[in-house]
Design a protein around this ligand. Structure first.
Ligand code: D5M
Ligand code: FE
Ligand code: ZN
Length: 544
């Protein structure tokens, strides 16, 4: 059996959330009908199995022995009734199959409402209904964009801009905390008696560990800075690992005995974040309608997965996809030029405008009756510093074939009453790098997004990896609780619910690049999370 068969089996298993013993893969590859046998082996595996063993494959082969020639007909049985079928659809063509990715087998407890639906005839990819054309009534569609900062950039890069943007951030985030905490301005604290209880709302300006391993956090408000000590043996010490510079938090505690001498310190008992209320009730659409949430298309890269993209857009044209009326694109439409060192060696299209022309061609494959919303990412031809204004006139003109809504990164998009916060996600690299693995990793990118929700800011830290442009207003504050939070950038798929907010990182359409290989980034490619806007249930469809 060609090695290719084994590779296809491994990827088909992975897309269903399974690993397999090498021996099991070899057995499957040598079977008369590898896919059919794999399907039956999966049926024999217990529900909680995450690995397909040789035993599972053997029992499927045993069962097969009486009907081996019928195996592929079985797999295609659901398709046969209504139209042409693909004899070996699930792995040979990789056409639209809704599958459970690995992370779905390990759904965090918060994920209550989301489900990963199996397609009709799971594994038999293109289903019976899909031969029909979609038909939708566009008059029912509604998209409203909030928080587009395009054209509102006030920054001049002067020092004063930084003062303004941090003042605005502090004002708006401290408002979220003030109602819950009875705080004092930092300059009023030093005159309070030692030993009294006090609270501060401030921006984290420094985090240091002391010689004895405790944490000294400096909190800054509009009046000054105050040192706060978190003892290492307290439960709250774990929260220190989650802190990023420049985020706004509140602390409550007790002032040191020598406080009134002017060099006091606050011993912290509790740490509070601006947070999403646990009782948050998301809004839903009034009719059965869905949105596909994707990002990181990277057209122009040699690794752009053109065939998978076409399978996706072909599927969108089918009757099966006729409730998918919205396509949200969270940045990195094209690969761009000069984004990373030596990137040009992996470019398929070297001119940035040509990349957008090509992207526009791919966009034309999307049904014209779908509403498309796009924000830029760090590979796109807009300024890198966040907030990123939307594509300029020249690029809009290039992409005008499909009448898209083009807005800034980040933006909030109200889709039939469901508010979707779209953010490309550059700060996620920072959250993942600077917080412990329990908080977030590349394998669970949605957890890094939870941190942004908790901090009510999409890119808290200034001066690190994420470039921020100072503006009179901090456009990166999450003022309003979104119903759905959609980001990309890390090229890893992950989802969950954080205090009822459906949080999705949408993976990418670019196969592993040489750089990613060198640093062991194993991207999640060609997956389209589909959100039912009436229920906020999620289906993940794979196109590769
Ligand atoms: O980034 C995709 C992911 O890969 C994101 O997590 C950053 C990371 N990445 C990719 N290339 C590099 C280089 N050269 N340096 C550091 N980090 C990198 P995207 O922006 O979509 O390419
Ligand atoms: Fe990307
Ligand atoms: Zn990116």
């Amino acid at each position: 059996m060609p090695q290719e068969t084994s590779a296809r089996i491994v990827s088909a298993l992975a897309s269903r959330g399974y690993n397999a013993d090498r021996e099991a893969v070899t057995l499957l590859a040598n079977a008369a009908d590898p896919v059919g046998t794999m399907e039956r082996a999966l049926e024999t595996a217990p529900d909680d199995a995450i690995k397909l063993s040789v035993e599972h494959v053997k029992s499927a082969l045993d069962a097969d022995s009486g009907r081996s020639k019928h195996a592929s007909a079985d797999a295609a049985a659901t398709d046969a009734a209504d139209g042409p079928t693909d004899p070996d659809p699930s792995v040979s063509t990789g056409t639209a199959a809704a599958t459970s990715p690995e992370s779905a087998t390990d759904v965090p407890p918060e994920t209550g409402g989301s489900t990963v639906a199996e397609p009709p005839g799971a594994g038999g990819a293109r289903s019976a209904g899909s031969t029909g054309e979609r038909s939708i009534d566009t008059s029912l569609q509604s998209v409203e964009i909030r928080g587009d900062m395009t054209g509102q950039s006030t920054g001049t890069g002067e020092y004063g801009d930084f003062v303004d943007v941090f003042r605005d951030r502090y004002e708006r985030l401290s408002r979220q905390l003030r109602g819950r905490i009875n705080h004092r301005p930092t300059d009023a604290l030093s005159s309070m008696a030692g030993g009294s209880e006090a609270a501060i709302v401030g921006m984290v300006s420094d985090i240091r560990s002391t010689a004895s391993g405790h944490w000294l956090i400096e909190l800054e408000d509009t009046n000054g800075v105050y040192p706060c000590l978190v003892m290492k043996d307290r439960d709250i010490a774990d929260l220190v690992g989650e802190l990023l510079f420049d985020e706004v938090i509140a602390v409550e505690g007790t002032l040191s005995d020598d406080n009134s001498d002017g060099d006091g310190i606050l011993f912290v008992d509790s740490i509070h974040f601006p947070e999403i209320p646990r009782t948050y009730k998301p809004s839903t659409a009034d009719r059965e309608v869905s949105a596909a949430l994707i990002s990181d298309v990277h057209v122009g890269s040699q690794e752009f997965m053109a065939e998978a993209w076409s399978r996706f857009t072909e599927w969108l044209h089918t009757e099966e996809a006729d409730r998918v009326e919205y396509l949200l694109l969270a940045g990195d439409m094209v690969e761009g030029v000069g984004v990373y060192p030596d990137q040009d060696e992996e470019l398929d299209v070297v001119d940035i405008y040509d990349q957008y022309r090509e992207f526009s061609e791919y966009l034309k494959e999307v049904p014209g009756d779908m509403e498309v919303v796009m924000i830029p990412g760090n590979h796109d031809a807009v300024r890198l510093a966040e907030p990123q204004p939307a594509f300029d006139e020249e690029l809009r003109e290039i992409m005008s074939a499909h009448d898209c809504r083009i807005t800034s990164n980040p933006s909030t998009v109200d889709v039939e009453g469901v508010s979707v916060l779209m953010y490309h996600g550059v700060s996620l690299d920072e959250v993942i790098a600077e917080t412990p693995d329990e908080t977030a990793t590349y394998d669970e990118p949605h957890k890094a997004m939870y941190q942004l929700l908790k901090k009510r800011h999409v890119a808290p830290q200034y001066g690190g990896h994420t470039r921020l442009a100072p503006e009179a207003k901090d456009h990166l504050v999450i003022d309003e609780v979104p119903d759905v939070f959609h980001a990309g950038h890390v090229h890893k798929f992950g989802y969950g619910k954080y205090h009822n907010v459906l949080t999705i990182n949408s993976g990418c359409w670019q196969a592993q690049t040489a750089f990613q290989e060198s640093v062991n980034i194993d991207p999640d490619c060609a997956m389209a999370p589909i959100v039912d806007l009436d229920t906020l249930d999620l289906t993940i469809r794979k196109f590769a």
